[in-house]
Design a protein around this ligand. Structure first.
Ligand SMILES: Nc1nc2c(c(=O)[nH]1)N[C@H]1C(S)=C(S)[C@@H](COP(=O)(O)O)O[C@H]1N2
Ligand SMILES: [Mo]
Length: 369
């Protein structure tokens, strides 16, 4: 293969860019797929940082030829570079929207989420094609790919590439398009049909411990502690004797999925505060899970909103174990990570608790704009 014009530096840059794209694709898939995502929760924050740092590095690297033009022009197919730069630029832009977590409107985020994936597929397919063309050229140095491949072989290559595209499409484009559809119609979208028993459709069932903690209903107690006149210890029946409230709201995880129009039923935190005689000067409400690990915290004013519930029913059925049975918090105005599952203690306090995800870099203020 001709070496002329390919500076060593450019060669290294090119190799590094492709390697980084590979790592970005892998870390991106890890962050995206709910099944994998769930298993990797302890490492997600680190994977996310690696993904963002490498993504920025790749974008930066692509500008190098613009600032340090190579001496000869023959070395580069300008279009290869421009296409890549354009695509990576667009992917980075959608990435920035995603990384800002809560600063931008949720609808932007959902769109960015889909396009981050769709454009990545295009980029990876494009890179594969580019690598493939080079490979064919290096095997047949004198010819372009079209001339090198005889018709039969071309047909085979066509099928092979088509097959690869179909697999990629199935894995990424289809769910991404689904997400676009859901994000465009999130207000109007009909809720999935409720299932009697078991987790409700549409939710991704998260846990940060091994498995989903199970608590027999007879053994369950909810403690209300901290700055309260009367600390409470309620069994399920006593909880059901308090005023019950129903709300119908979308439930949205910060990673992009939304379940429209969830019917929650439970006890308002404001009603619980009244029952326990919570000190009005306690500025925060902290929540603990009997999974032993997860915690959350709300400013008192947020917790007192009429749609913030300790819920025990969803879509007409008792909560499933996977979704926080017997009782979970629901904060419809905020991203899902605020809605702590398997709640067994509510504490009125002067000081906020740094929640599980907040300790890992998520903002405490998680209002969906
Ligand atoms: N105890 C506990 N509560 C939790 C979580 C968790 O892992 N453990 N995940 C949170 C996140 S990030 C989301 S999006 C929702 C998901 O609710 P679901 O599992 O019912 O879909 O629960 C939240 N509450
Ligand atoms: Mo989430």
């Amino acid at each position: 293969m001709q070496e002329s014009g390919y500076g060593r530096g450019y060669r290294a840059l090119h190799t590094a860019a492709i390697a980084i794209l590979g790592v970005l694709t892998v870390t991106g898939v890890l962050l995206y797929y709910p099944e994998v995502h769930t298993a990797l929760i302890p490492y997600l924050a680190a994977i996310r940082v690696v993904h963002i740092v490498l993504g920025s590095a790749l974008l930066g690297m692509l500008f190098v030829p613009g600032f340090f033009p190579p001496r000869t022009r023959a070395w580069i197919h300008r279009h290869d570079w421009k296409w890549t730069l354009g695509l990576v630029g667009a992917i980075s832009l959608t990435g920035v929207v995603l990384a800002l977590v809560t600063l931008l409107p949720a609808s932007w985020r959902a769109l960015a989420f889909s396009w981050h994936g769709i454009l990545t597929i295009v980029l990876v397919a494009w890179t594969a094609l580019h690598a493939f063309r080079k490979l064919v050229k290096s095997i047949h140095p004198l010819d372009s790919m079209e001339q090198a491949a005889d018709p039969e072989r071309r047909q085979f290559l066509g099928w092979a590439l088509g097959g690869m595209g179909a697999v990629l499409g199935y894995l990424l484009v289809v769910p991404a398009l689904g997400a676009v559809g859901r994000s465009l119609g999130s207000g109007a979208a009909s809720a999935p049909r409720p299932k009697p028993g078991g987790p409700q459709p549409g939710f991704v069932l998260y846990t940060v411990v091994d498995g989903y903690p199970r608590m027999p209903a007879q053994r369950y107690r909810l403690r209300v502690t901290g700055k309260v006149r009367t600390p409470l210890e309620l069994d399920l029946k006593e909880l059901l004797d308090l005023t019950q409230t129903k709300v119908v709201r979308n439930f949205q995880c910060v990673t992009g999925w939304v379940v429209p129009r969830c019917h929650w039923e439970g006890v308002r935190i404001s009603d619980l505060a009244r029952a326990a005689g919570a000190d009005p000067r306690a500025g925060y409400v902290n929540f603990y899970s009997f999974d032993g690990v997860y915690t959350e915290s709300l400013r008192r004013a947020d917790a007192m909103r009429p749609d913030v519930l300790l819920a025990h029913r969803l879509d007409g059925y008792p909560l499933a174990v996977e979704q926080g049975a017997p009782v979970r918090l629901v904060v419809p105005e905020m991203y899902g990570y605020k809605s702590i599952k398997w709640v067994d203690r509510v504490e009125f306090s002067d000081a906020p608790l740094l929640g599980y995800w907040e300790q890992r870099g998520y903002p405490s203020e998680a209002t969906i704009s």
